[in-house]
Design a protein. Structure first.
Length: 170
């Protein structure tokens, strides 16, 4: 089941509540202030997209309110996060705050861009590059331990289609 909720730009602090509690019928805007980015990458985050270790094809930007994002995302682009700690209890859900104004998908890969995706998101269309919505996915299996995480972006539009602010697992 795909779950969708509209996020305000300041939704990071309450995102964990949505993963376990929101449904399609209960989607509503959030009004929390994002927590400061922690050093290192704990998968239960939030992990800010701009804190990637490596990337291909993307750029960093900031909203007028000062929130950072990874943008200029088009087909085949990716961002990499090294040494993400998924802890010892299996994590099986993923949530990403993104503005998506054209069709496309985001694939999650562990340890290699060539590995099979553990999840694929086909997010809601926000209509523009400034309205951020939660995109949810259930992972193909529970993940534990340390991994390199890749977010790989795909679109057939030939144009930029997505901005990503942050994401987390639960």
């Amino acid at each position: 089941m795909r779950i969708i909720a509209k996020l305000t730009l300041a939704a990071a602090a309450l995102a964990g509540l949505l993963v376990s509690g929101m449904t399609d019928a209960g989607a509503a805007p959030l009004t929390a202030t994002p927590a400061a980015a922690a050093s290192g990458f704990g998968a239960t985050g939030p992990i800010y997209a701009t804190s990637y270790d490596h990337q291909s094809g993307t750029g960093k930007g900031a909203t007028p309110a000062g929130f950072t994002y990874v943008g200029w995302i088009s087909n085949g682009d990716w961002i990499e996060f090294d040494n993400v700690n998924f802890f010892s209890t299996p994590l099986s859900h993923f949530m990403m705050s993104a503005a998506q104004w054209r069709t496309g998908t985001t694939e999650l890969h562990l340890d290699s861009l060539n590995s099979a995706p553990v999840a694929t998101l086909n997010g809601p269309m926000s209509g523009n590059n400034a309205d951020y919505y939660a995109q949810y996915a259930t992972l193909s299996s529970g993940i534990t331990g340390y991994h390199t995480l890749f977010l790989k972006f795909n679109t057939t539009t030939g144009k930029d289609f997505l901005n990503v602010q942050w994401f987390q697992f639960s």
